[in-house]
Design a protein around this ligand. Structure first.
Ligand code: NAP
Length: 458
């Protein structure tokens, strides 16, 4: 894929970028290794100061950055601005908490292991490669970079080929904030040139956020090199509505949960599993809400839904919906790609989805919701768990016993009760099954790329 900004609202190429050649890649890996030798000997206090400076730069550059996001991947400008501020908050969170998350631990009774003192420290591991997607072009990267740099690691970013301007902004952010040169750098390369970087002996570990096939092939290479990986892959999150739920609130939240970021969020609710007692009321309110969304120019302040980020993504969505309709699904809202420039797809609600349809098992990466009618919590959990994914989930109920039952029975990295899934710096984030391995964010996220070193003293 060419490395280029292609505006999804117009379909026009705005700017193309030459990929880095092998010599430039070598220079950047070497600089990341050299920066690591410096960074590992800095204090948390020093790194926190630089990290806060990076957060401040993001805030100063908010408008410029929001426009880059919108023009490169079509996120409505209001959401793009919010993404920039969320990143600043995430960096400050790690500036404040990294030291506490990585505090050494001592055995209370070291004599049992024959020591005067014994315990563990979290040591940085070195250069970490991060392969990232376009859908939250700042947040996905910075939720890796913040903890990695605070731990004393350095980072190399291979960003998605359609968000090069975001990548180039991030390439200089941390050096501008005071971190050693090379501590965080972007590699402008296509996916086909990732493997030698991942195999490089100086690259100690890696993370990939993206699709399941990309994750599988990346992890296979990392596995052959015995390198630790974190994978944040696809999702097809269930949103379960039980009879005791506040149906109006559930339906209003469902509209946002499915359509945030033009429906292109790994943790968007994608499958709506509704008890038959409240099915018709929920579906009516949900379809009404979805039909009321404003589709249009993502730079327009009043737009709710912009275009799909890529033409192939829009075509894939259209083919999934066509397949469902051909196999008997009912269209309650939207359903087509409008005849206009740009890669738009109407916000869509489909009912009567069955296991013969592709949308039953595949992730829909755009504003397409599927609705299922169920008669019991057991049936709801069976459908919810009936895909290969297990990223997050949501359940709406006011029955505490039922709430606990779902928390126990949903096979997902998170359960949100009477709310929609979101990522917070304070809470771990990650999936089970084919949605990934490892965790980002909170204490778990920063510890992923540390050497938990045992220290024993006679
Ligand atoms: P993608 O095609 O897998 O691309 C993601 C990144 O991986 C890009 O930088 C891509 O580079 C690179 N890549 C692709 N194949 C690769 C390979 N074989 N080896 C190494 N790198 C490779 O995914 P996408 O379409 O951009 O993003 C959408 C997917 O990401 C969805 O499935 C979504 O659910 C998932 N996602 C998951 C999370 C999470 O936290 N779980 C968050 C956001 C998105 P090129 O751009 O150069 O191809």
């Amino acid at each position: 894929m060419a490395i280029a900004t292609v505006n999804p609202y117009t379909g026009r190429i705005e700017q193309e970028f030459a990929p880095h050649d092998d010599a430039e890649i070598e220079r950047r890996i070497a600089a990341a290794q050299t920066a690591f030798e410096t960074l590992r000997d800095t204090t948390f206090t020093q790194r926190s100061e630089w990290m806060r400076a990076a957060a401040h730069l993001l805030e100063e550059d908010q408008e410029q950055l929001a426009r880059i996001i919108t023009i490169e991947m079509g996120r409505p400008i209001t959401g793009a601005r919010a993404e920039v501020l969320k990143c600043a908050k995430g960096l400050r969170f790690y500036a404040e908490h990294a030291e506490e998350f990585l505090a050494p631990e001592q055995l209370a009774d070291p004599a049992v292991v024959g020591a005067s003192r014994a315990g563990t420290v979290y040591a940085p591991i070195g250069v970490v490669l991060a392969v990232m997607p376009w859908n939250y072009p700042l947040w996905q990267v910075l939720r890796f970079a913040g903890p990695a740099l605070m731990a004393g690691n350095t980072g190399l970013l291979k960003h998605a080929s359609n968000v090069p301007q975001a990548a180039l902004y991030l390439d200089t952010l941390f050096e501008r904030a005071g971190f050693p040169a090379g501590a965080f750098a972007a590699l402008l390369i296509p996916a086909s040139r990732v493997e030698p970087v991942l195999r490089d002996r100086r690259v100690k570990a890696a993370t990939l956020t993206g699709s399941e096939p990309a994750g599988r092939s990346f992890a296979a290479v990392a596995g052959s090199e015995v390198k630790h990986v974190v994978l944040e892959l696809g999702g097809s999150d269930p949103f379960i509505v039980m009879p005791s739920a506040d149906i109006a609130r559930a339906a209003a939240t469902a509209v946002i949960a499915r359509n945030q970021n033009n429906g292109q969020s790994c943790i968007a609710a994608k499958r709506f599993i509704v008890h038959s007692d409240v099915h018709d009321e929920f579906v009516r309110l949900f379809a009404e809400g979805v039909s009321g969304l404003t589709v249009g120019d993502p730079l327009d302040e009043s737009t709710d839904i912009g275009p799909i980020a890529t033409e192939s993504g829009r075509d894939e969505l259209a083919s999934q919906v066509a397949d469902a309709v051909a196999n008997g699904a009912t269209v309650l809202a939207g359903g087509t790609a409008p005849d206009r420039p740009g890669w738009f797809f109407e916000p869509t609600v489909l009912a009567g989805v069955t296991s013969e349809m592709r949308l039953h098992l595949e992730e829909a990466f755009g504003p397409v919701a599927t609705v299922y009618r169920v008669d019991s919590r057991e049936e709801a959990a069976r459908i919810a768990n009936g895909t290969t994914f297990g990223l997050s989930s949501a359940v709406w109920t006011s029955d505490p016993e039922e709430e606990d039952w779902f928390v126990r029975h949903l096979d997902a990295g998170a359960v949100f009760v009477n709310g929609m899934t979101a990522s917070y710096p304070e809470l771990p984030f990650g999936g089970v099954k084919d949605s990934g391995v490892g965790r980002e964010l909170a204490a778990a996220g920063i510890r992923e790329f540390c050497n938990l070193k045992t220290v024993w003293r006679a």
